[in-house]
Design a protein around this ligand. Structure first.
Ligand code: GSH
Length: 202
């Protein structure tokens, strides 16, 4: 299996952590959508990372679709996203909140990084990042600091998604997560001690 993308991307890291949590062997090609346009577009016509090339040659795209496949093939009785019911809805809701937060965070960053300075509109960037921050604050409020994980007393896709979003906010965008979402900040710091998180650190 070949994972295409750099772990600096929250979407790629989400897949990398999921692969490691399931103990799946894989190789990784450290490409990004802007620096390696031709190679990334060859794997994904949309030009985005991550893509996952399966051993049979089929290529999957989009982190949500990729982790869905990994749940199906490696999740057994306890997939990282529960198969049905209230537990599944709860995990998917947090995943949607925080991966949507990544989308908003990157929307602001792309504007800052790709629009000429004189045409940049700072209120738009601020609004994107505020939307991201509010989603993370909402997840912060769901965290019980006495519990090792966000939900269900075990690692789920909610934790993995929250982890990559918190890192993007803190390291990528300079949002003070320790101050604005202290429980999430602490939970993610604890997760970093776990093998799937530690070994995928960019
Ligand atoms: N919904 C996609 C988003 C992927 C995405 O936006 N990846 C970024 C890297 S962090 C990218 O490749 N951006 C290049 C572009 O949009 O042109 C997913 O979950 O995989």
């Amino acid at each position: 299996m070949l994972l295409i993308g750099v772990n600096r991307s929250p979407y790629t890291r989400r897949v990398a952590i999921t692969l490691r949590a399931y103990g799946v062997a894989y190789e990784q090609s450290d490409l990004n959508g802007f620096g390696h346009r031709a190679e990334v577009r060859a794997a994904n016509p949309l030009g985005r990372i991550p893509a996952l090339v399966l051993d049979g040659g089929e290529t999957l795209i989009d982190s949500g679709a990729i982790v869905d496949h990994l749940d199906e093939t490696h999740g057994g009785e306890r997939p990282l996203t529960p198969r049905a019911g209230a537990d599944r809805r709860a995990v998917l809701k947090i995943a949607a909140l925080v991966m949507g937060a990544c989308d908003k965070g990157l929307q602001g960053a792309y504007h800052r990084n790709h629009v000429p300075k004189e045409r940049q509109h700072q209120p738009w960037i601020d609004d994107c990042w505020e939307q991201m921050a509010r989603a993370l604050v909402a997840v912060d409020a769901m965290i019980d600091p006495a519990q090792p994980w966000l939900l269900l007393g075990r690692l789920t896709q909610a934790d993995i998604c929250a982890f990559v979003a918190e890192r993007l906010a803190r390291v990528g965008l300079g949002i003070d997560t320790g101050q604005r979402m202290p429980r999430l900040h602490a939970l993610c710091a604890r997760m970093l001690d776990q093998q799937p998180f530690r070994t995928t650190e960019p």
